[in-house]
Design a protein around this ligand. Structure first.
Ligand code: AMP
Length: 249
């Protein structure tokens, strides 16, 4: 089975995000960038499916600037077989990404797409759903467990108040939630091996997609500064504050 995993290059999750001084966007220049953490989980799941003999080929796809190649290399070092960079300087929105993924899925004969449930930079949580809709495929979003058997994927989903298990007839789109697995670190030998794996580069035009944004960002601002906490002397003082200041008990 041929798998496609979408891997986005985002501001590293350890970096304190800063807003550009003109309030137009988040500052990314000179900032450490890494693979979106949910996409690491997606790659890990794909590699585990390969280790179980279910997946035969894992294609890692990233879309954006030239440096997204590094994100693909990380995926290759974790165990993906090959990569495709869709190179563009355009600010990509979920619909454009989903359309380009669809074109690649069709071109490459993909049978299962695994991606992150959301990218931690703009928190859209939309691309997987849009891709499934464009392809007319079933989707298992927020997956915390995946089992593939008899042409179907059993996906346990994290929903409000519990877990839901759905059976998806393949081909399908799965989006990874935090508890699906713990991604491996790429070992040095695998990082070296990954250097020899192929990354093809295409453009949005090659895939027949105009990536021009449909949304206009009016303003980006930092969240209000949180008031510093205080230490209370004893339980009685805590109860007093909760009752009379916070008025929560
Ligand atoms: P989002 O809908 O933007 O929150 O992103 C959900 C998932 O879509 C991410 O976790 C990635 O797997 C995929 N994705 C979104 N944008 C890109 C991109 N530029 N390149 C590769 N994958 C992407």
């Amino acid at each position: 089975m041929k798998l496609l995993v979408a891997v986005k290059r985002v501001v590293d999750y350890n970096v304190k995000v800063r807003v550009k001084s003109d309030g137009s966007a988040v500052e990314t220049s000179g900032v450490k960038m890494s693979m979106n953490p949910f996409d690491e989980i997606a790659i890990e799941e794909a590699v585990r499916l390969k280790e179980k003999g279910i997946a035969t080929d894992i294609l890692a796809v990233s879309m954006g600037v030239t440096q997204c190649q590094e994100t693909i290399r990380t995926a290759l070092a974790m165990g993906a077989d090959r990569g495709i960079l869709v190179e563009t300087d355009a600010a990509l929105e979920p619909l454009a990404v989903a359309k380009m993924l669809k074109a690649l899925v069709v071109r490459e004969g993909i049978e299962l797409v695994i991606m992150g449930k959301q990218a931690i930079d703009d928190d859209m949580n939309a691309t997987g759903q849009m891709l499934a809709a464009l392809l007319g495929w079933p989707q298992g979003t927020f997956a915390s467990k995946v089992e593939i058997a008899d042409g179907a994927a059993m996906v346990t989903r994290e929903v409000d108040g519990g877990l839901e298990t759905v059976s998806l007839k393949l081909p399908a789109v799965i989006t990874a939630d935090l508890r699906l697995n713990e991604p491996r670190y790429a070992s040095l030998p695998n990082i070296m091996k990954a250097r020899k794996k192929t990354i093809d580069t295409v453009t949005p035009a090659d895939l027949g997609v105009d990536p021009a944004p449909r949304l206009t960002t009016l303003k980006v601002s930092e969240p209000p500064v949180r008031k510093a906490g205080i230490k209370v002397g004893d339980v009685a003082a805590l109860v007093d504050k909760l009752r009379n200041e916070a008025k929560v008990i």
